[in-house]
Design a binder for this molecule. Structure first.
Ligand SMILES: [Ca+2]
Ligand SMILES: [Ca+2]
Length: 373
């Protein structure tokens, strides 16, 4: 069974605010960011160019390998090398007869990061061990017909980082399966979270066992998603970014952010947070509009590129630690310069009082879940 019939053209707060007495550093040197190894499979039928995932990646200036057609080629990529982060947003391609879930399970068991949605969880893949590794047990499926309304997805812990970290993301209350292409179905899978995993959102307004749609675990390295987001075109908070794309930005950041260090092409109208471990490039093209509160934070420096604009009624706060979060230093970190520094120094005050030694550096990964290259 195919859930999607393609038209011919498609064949194939943060706490670091607590000491916001910092400074705005203005540089105009061009900096590029080194990419982490990120592999994406995304056959989202409505936003292929670019998909919500790609929009989020592009906002960060991240390089990634994208496969949107062939599950076999995706499996080859998985086999060929190790990846820091793998994203699978599988709406269309039938994966039931591939080895891809085996490969993804190996990836996670070996410590890799994974964010996954697959329509085919509801097919004969229910018992695959990957789902147990991700902390979920299948409960039910809701197949949403063309022009039908899917269940809303509610946030059960609306202050969690995945809903607030970089972008404030409204609940997915308008999941309407309508688009101008060919007839398409979408699939929502509901699951039960296992012990030790967090169900952060689901199809019921309040947390309820067996109706979970967003489950995180494995030390914040994995996120299971139960819903197809290609049908969610809403921008309910009217900040000019589709809410589904905003959630991807947070999810990517939450699972594996560190040297994500470019934000561009944005017009902010509310609060937004952007942080980097070493260098943060803002722009080209970045506008804080009336009512926006923009918080920037970086280890070494923040570069403002052409097209950077703060309009009347907007505020900008920028914090620079003065040293990379990815290196040890004989100097302590200024407390509050970065959300990760706040987390680390709450646990070990010597990192902000004496020196930023190896045990502090280890916490960048172990506590903040940030990857330094
Ligand atoms: Ca938003
Ligand atoms: Ca939005």
């Amino acid at each position: 069974m195919n859930y999607f019939i393609p038209p011919p053209m498609f064949a194939g707060h943060l706490l670091w605010m607590k000491s916001l007495v910092l400074f705005i550093a203005v540089f105009f040197a061009a900096q590029t960011c080194a990419a982490e190894s990120i592999l994406v499979f995304d056959d989202n039928p409505i936003n292929l160019e670019p998909s919500f995932v790609s929009q989020a990646m592009d906002q960060f200036g991240l390089e990634y390998t994208l496969e949107s057609v062939s599950i076999e080629r995706f499996a080859e990529y998985l086999t060929a090398s190790e990846w820091d982060l793998v994203i699978m947003n599988n709406t269309v391609v039938d994966i039931r007869f591939s080895t891809v879930l085996d490969l993804l399970n190996t990836h996670v068991v070996s410590g890799g990061r994974l964010i996954i949605y697959s329509a085919y969880h509801s097919s004969n893949l229910i018992d695959h061990e990957l789902w147990g590794t991700l902390g979920v047990d299948f409960v039910d499926t809701n197949i949403v017909p063309y022009r039908g309304e899917a269940s809303p997805v509610y946030w059960w812990e609306d202050t969690h980082l995945i809903f607030t970290y970089l972008r404030s993301v409204p609940e997915f209350l308008e999941n309407i399966n309508y688009w101008d292409g060919a007839e398409a179905w979408s699939v929502q899978n509901s699951v039960r979270a296992r012990q030790g995993f967090q169900a952060l959102g689901g199809y019921s307004e309040t947390p309820s066992e067996g109706t979970a749609a967003i489950v995180v675990g494995n030390s914040s390295k994995t996120v299971y998603l139960g819903y197809a987001d290609f049908i969610n075109q809403a921008d309910l908070d009217a900040d000019s970014i589709e809410d589904a794309s905003e959630l991807w930005m947070n999810l990517i950041y939450f699972t594996s952010y560190c040297n994500v260090n470019m934000v561009s092409g944005l017009a902010e109208t509310s609060s937004a947070f952007y942080e980097a471990c070493e260098t943060l490039d803002v722009g080209p093209g970045f506008t804080a509009k009336d009512g926006a509160s923009v918080f920037l934070s970086s280890g070494r420096e923040i570069n403002f590129k052409p097209g950077f604009l703060i309009e009347k009624g907007a505020t900008l706060s920028a914090a620079v630690c003065g040293q990379s979060l990815c290196e040890t230093s004989a100097s302590p970190m200024p407390d509050g310069c970065h959300s990760c520094v706040v987390q680390i120094c709450d646990i070990d005050p010597t990192c902000c009082g004496t020196e930023f030694d190896q045990s502090c550096l280890d916490k960048v990964y172990n506590v903040c879940n940030l990857i330094c290259e």
